[in-house]
Ligand binder design. Structure first.
Ligand SMILES: [Zn+2]
Length: 161
């Protein structure tokens, strides 16, 4: 009766046998069709398994990478949360302050420009139509302009303080 080496075939494929054992398996396979068929089956199974494992490995790697990146993002985010919140509040405060002072300044400058334009128009109109009022118009213009500049300077000083 022939002694089959079925239980040594997978060890043979995995390269776990020593030189003598390997030689014995190879000699036996050459003569035994049953073990040869089994070895081929094992080879196919092994390559199927390797392919399946290879196919599974990519998503597994991906998952690990995704989890790693999430962890890497989460940990510093949690650690810097307080700092980030403080920074955000600071930016927000400065932003609101800048916006308010800016809009006030813009309004004031816009108003001054409109006032100046109106003054120039009114002055020229008055000067052309009523020459008598020329002196008064100029003085009035200067007074209003001075008042505007004074209020602007006061506002700038208030903003600075
Ligand atoms: Zn055999």
């Amino acid at each position: 009766m022939i002694e089959h080496l079925e239980d040594q075939l997978s060890a043979y494929l995995d390269g776990e046998l020593n030189a003598d054992e390997r030689q014995r398996v190879e000699d036996h396979i050459e003569e035994c069709e049953s073990c040869q068929a089994l070895l081929e089956d094992l080879l196919v199974m092994q390559s199927d398994l390797a392919q399946t494992f290879h196919r599974m490995q990519a998503p597994a790697h991906l998952e690990v990478r995704v989890l790693q990146s999430i962890a890497e993002e989460k940990i510093p985010a949690a650690a810097e949360k307080g700092w980030a919140f403080g920074f955000l509040m600071m930016v927000l405060t400065f932003g609101v302050f800048w916006f308010l002072s800016g809009s006030v300044l813009v309004k004031l400058i816009h108003g001054l420009l409109k006032l100046t334009a109106a003054m120039v128009y009114a002055a020229s109109h008055f000067i052309l139509s009523v020459p008598v009022l020329t002196g008064l118009t100029v003085v009035l213009s200067l007074v209003i302009l001075a008042a505007s500049v004074y209020s602007l300077r006061r506002l700038l000083q208030t903003t600075a303080n």
